[in-house]
Ligand binder design. Structure first.
Ligand code: ARG
Length: 587
């Protein structure tokens, strides 16, 4: 959904056609222009696809037109003069093809160079969104599955933020629930005097495992653990304190990972919503949504065999009741219009069920094109080379920190091998290894359609050829070095130089640059970061064709071509930024 000040090429073209449609079919004021990039480039850059559907709409109403093609002809004839358009033609049953003017294209790119990439941000009609992502469970180590949620969620948040949406980045950590009874009791056993330190607990995951063993092996302990849950939920001081200590240690662990990944999140865990659950369930009860079933309280969902349990048989709340309360809070207290949940596809059913319940309660419109709305952004598994779920040799889950360490180490080794240790400062080496290593891990994940499983493979993701972050980061650095080597002050050129898109390769690259805004919009509305990755890879390919056809430094067109280099570098950097990847300037 585009608004007035949305700069996207597609929308600019749509505006021109809107004028024509008003003149062509004055009795159909509701008709919006249908604009798409041309599939066959020899016809033009964009096409207007209204003629066919317009024809079927008006043919029964005594129109003077005799078929879709004349409708297309009229749309073309009624186009206002626009400096955007160089020429138009009609194809098939009334498609109007548009070829953009090179002058206009060049001018638009130059304007961006002067005013900044911010001016190319799409503007969405949503004001405030929540992205619920990462969301690990306390006391368990973050693993590669959480990596996906963290980087996909971060990218979506970044794209929305760029599009001027206020984003609340929420870490919905699993910090409540029955596992805490066991953890707290175990903590009391280990540290009877209550003096707990991070070092003492050490590996929190091992702590979890040990307490689970104790829980499973000793009925007496199990009973105490169950009692501890009651004491904790009753708000008993001693139990609250132990709970807070465990959460804090866990939080420090995640914090380190987020810092390395450059991801910012605000924690509002399950415990936060706990006080809101009874009130939320009352509201649902008033609407008659909640029923008794086998001792539990449930919401039946049409088309689903098993109902959504909101109060367990023992009277306790669960994941679903928490999510309902969180949804209520997000809609009513935080006034979010769009709420996006990033988890593995395995949880799809859970989300579908409580979204449906919220619709039945009238919290969400049934028409999914209306706001407020919710989306579950599901993603597939991370696989190992054997095609099975990614595990270490000892068949443990793979820890995120280990992956990041290895990516960095491998990148550093590659840089050293290329003699960079002698050429660069130690800091530069470190910084580049990190940017490339972490970037590679992120990009390898984001470039796939998120719903598919993907294979984690260091050799592949760290390859400097093909569709990898390494290749793209180097491509960007190479463009920067072309500009540096020219010895020209690019800021001066931006002010005074002139961009001319003369050669076909220059025009193609220019057109691709101009499509940036609509691509970001597309990636946002469909919640698909891989769309942006494809665009970025395409951009570097188009740059390569341009560079192999057109001499830059030392040519008669040097100024213009340097400007085109700079615009490419700027758009690439913005892509990196949106993907959470740190650009490098030297290789
Ligand atoms: N903690 C959950 C898990 O790791 C993810 C939570 C997702 N967010 C939500 N609102 N349910 O599986």
């Amino acid at each position: 959904a585009a608004t007035e000040d949305n700069w996207s090429l597609k929308d600019q073209i749509a505006k021109v056609f809107e004028v024509s449609l008003k003149v062509t079919v004055p009795d159909e004021p509701e008709v919006a222009p249908l604009i798409a990039a041309c599939a066959k480039k020899e016809f033009g850059d964009y096409q207007c696809n209204n003629a066919m559907s317009l024809w079927s709409k008006i043919k029964g109403k005594g129109t003077e037109f005799r078929g879709p093609q004349p409708v297309g002809q009229a749309i073309m004839k009624n186009l206002p003069t626009s400096d955007m358009i160089e020429s138009c033609s009609i194809a098939g049953p009334g498609f109007v093809n548009v070829k953009l003017s090179r002058q206009w294209m060049a001018k638009s790119i130059q304007k961006m160079l002067k005013d900044g990439i911010e001016t190319w941000a799409p503007k969405l009609s949503v004001k405030r969104a929540i992205v619920d992502f990462s969301s690990p469970n306390i006391a368990k180590e973050m693993h590669v599955g959480h990596l996906r949620s963290t980087i996909i969620g971060d990218t979506l948040a970044r794209m929305l933020e760029y599009s001027k949406v206020e984003v609340l980045r929420r870490n919905h950590v699993g910090d409540w629930g029955t596992q805490f009874g066991m953890l707290i009791e175990f903590l009391f056993e280990k540290f009877p005097d209550g003096e707990v330190s991070d070092q003492a607990i050490g590996d929190l995951e091992a702590f979890y495992k040990a307490s689970k063993q104790r829980f499973d092996g000793d009925p007496e302990f199990k009973e105490r653990a169950q009692q501890a849950v009651v004491s904790l939920q009753g708000g008993e001081e001693k139990y609250r304190k132990a709970w807070a200590q465990i959460c804090e240690i866990s939080r420090k662990g995640y914090g380190k990972v987020y810092e390395r990944l450059g991801v910012h999140l605000e924690e509002k865990g399950e415990s936060f919503y706990n006080p809101y659950i009874p009130g939320t369930l009352d509201l649902l009860r008033e609407k008659g949504l909640i029923e008794e079933s086998e001792g539990a309280q449930v919401i039946f969902i049409e088309g689903k065999k098993i109902p959504l349990i909101v109060v367990k048989r023992d009277g306790g709340f669960n994941y679903a009741s928490t999510d309902l309360a969180a949804l209520w809070y997000r809609l009513n207290e935080e006034k979010a219009e769009w709420i996006i949940y990033v988890t593995d596809v395995g949880q799809r059913e859970h989300f579908e069920m409580f979204f449906t319940a919220a619709k039945r309660a009238g919290w969400l419109p049934t028409d999914e094109s209306k706001y407020p709305k919710t989306n579950h952004v599901g993603f597939g598994l991370v696989l190992g080379d054997d095609g099975k779920r990614f595990r270490t040799r000892s068949s443990e889950v793979v820890k995120l920190v280990d992956l990041l360490d290895e990516a960095k180490t491998r990148c550093k080794a590659a840089l050293v091998e290329r003699g960079k240790a002698a050429e660069w400062t130690a800091e530069e080496l470190e910084h580049t290894a990190e940017a490339v290593g972490y970037g590679a891990v992120k990009y390898a994940d984001l470039k796939n359609n998120r719903l598919t499983n993907y294979t984690f493979n260091f050799d592949q993701m760290l390859n400097d050829k093909g569709n990898t972050a390494v290749y793209l980061l180097y491509a960007h650095a190479r463009i920067c070095s072309i500009i540096r080597k020219s010895g020209k002050d690019i800021e001066e050129l931006k002010k005074e130089g002139q961009l001319i898109l003369e050669k076909e390769e220059e025009r193609k690259l220019g057109l691709h640059l101009l499509q940036f805004a609509e691509i970001v919009e597309d990636a946002c509305t469909n919640l698909l970061p891989n769309i942006l990755c494809e665009y970025l890879y395409d951009l570097s390919e188009k740059f390569t064709s341009f560079y192999s056809e057109c001499q830059v430094v030392g040519s008669a067109e040097e100024t213009s071509r340097l400007l085109l280099c700079e615009a490419t570098a700027l758009v690439m950097r913005q892509c990196f930024h949106l993907l959470g990847i740190t650009p490098v300037y030297k290789i």
